[in-house]
Design a protein around this ligand. Structure first.
Ligand code: ZN
Length: 339
């Protein structure tokens, strides 16, 4: 009851990448960088275990960014000439690579860190991949000329890597689709179809993560425009509930999402965010347990996993660690309280 996991990412140690920022440049190169990524992965797998997290991740220590870390291993993309593009409906500008030819995996993307994390723990292992809608919103296109066709092409290569991760012993494969909260009308239209292409042939648990983003300034400003109640989930949950994706990872705390929207996911296990990633204040175990208690009005115990609202990549390392520990302790307290 009340198993715990995290959305996915954790901060990189300052010796590996510049701290407290997204797209942080690596501090190491060549073999040293490879060793540094492996060391950081082991540290975070162990820290999650020590904090009592049931379903752990590699902390995304081997990728600079959750989207571009995958794209770097895909043929057909020009990384040498990045272009400036407004992403997430022009919420912010990013320097993005361009699709210039047919997409094909160059080889395995995440084999090294997946196998390392698998060997390092007996906990269940979750692995995150960017979702197709979010990818096509984070890259320019000079080849496909059609967003949906390009998304389906990405879904094919994501599926290839997902099947390989399953063979590596990964228990849960999660696709991160923050774009689902931006282009709501397109989710039922093609977003779910693209996810179904991603999970074809998978027998492990599958999940999709949809949030309001990291606590970076552009997201904080965007949230101010969303009004008193954030009802984006309302438009996409019916289609998600009808989908073949097993679990939905959501933002549920310190957020203006009305929790009764969770009733629109009666057939899904929900990884509910009970840890705020947009605020450095550390939750107490009691407040985490309180949040879990509130969620029980809308989700039965058997379908509730306690998680973080989003990734913790841009946070200070010691804050992220303290939040992991609060999550573990809060879930333990909830197990005692809500028997
Ligand atoms: Zn997120």
């Amino acid at each position: 009851m009340f198993e715990t996991t995290i959305a996915g990412s954790l901060p990189k140690p300052s010796w590996l990448a510049e701290p407290n920022k997204l797209w942080a440049p690596w501090q190491l190169a060549a073999d040293e960088l490879a060793h540094g990524k492996a060391d950081a992965t082991l540290v975070w797998v162990k820290e999650q275990e020590l904090a009592g997290i049931d379903i752990v991740t590699d902390g995304e220590q081997s990728r600079q960014h959750f989207v571009h870390g995958f794209l770097e291993q895909v043929d057909g993309i020009d990384f040498a000439n990045k272009v400036k593009m407004g992403i997430r409906n022009n919420r912010y500008d990013a320097m993005v690579p361009t699709v210039v030819g047919p997409l094909r995996l160059k080889g395995r993307v995440h084999q090294t860190e997946a196998r390392l994390a698998r060997a390092a723990t007996r906990q269940r292992l979750k692995f995150t991949l960017p979702g197709p809608m979010t990818i096509v919103d984070t890259i320019a296109d000079r080849y496909y000329g059609d967003k949906v066709a390009m998304a389906m092409a990405f879904a094919r290569v994501l599926n290839e890597e997902a099947l390989a991760l399953q063979r590596d012993g990964v228990d849960v494969i999660q696709f991160d689709e923050p774009a689902f909260n931006v282009y709501m009308s397109e989710v039922a239209g093609w977003g779910i179809d693209a996810l179904h292409r991603c999970i074809a042939g998978l027998t492990c648990t599958t999940a999709v993560h949809i949030c309001y983003g990291y606590g970076i300034a552009a997201n904080v400003a965007w949230k101010k425009t969303l009004g008193g109640e954030w009802r984006q989930y309302e438009e996409i949950f019916p289609a998600l509930n009808a989908s073949r994706i097993g679990q939905v990872s959501l933002e549920c705390v310190a957020s203006r999402v009305p929790l009764d929207l969770l009733r629109l996911l009666p057939d899904k296990t929900v990884q509910a965010g009970v840890i705020d990633v947009a605020n450095n204040a550390i939750e107490s175990a009691a407040s985490v347990a309180d949040t879990i208690g509130r969620l029980l009005d809308y989700i039965p115990k058997a379908r509730l996993i306690a998680s973080t609202n989003c990734g913790m990549a841009p946070m200070p390392r010691e804050i992220a660690l303290a939040k992991l520990q609060a999550l573990g302790k809060g879930a333990r307290l909830a197990r005692e309280r809500y028997v």
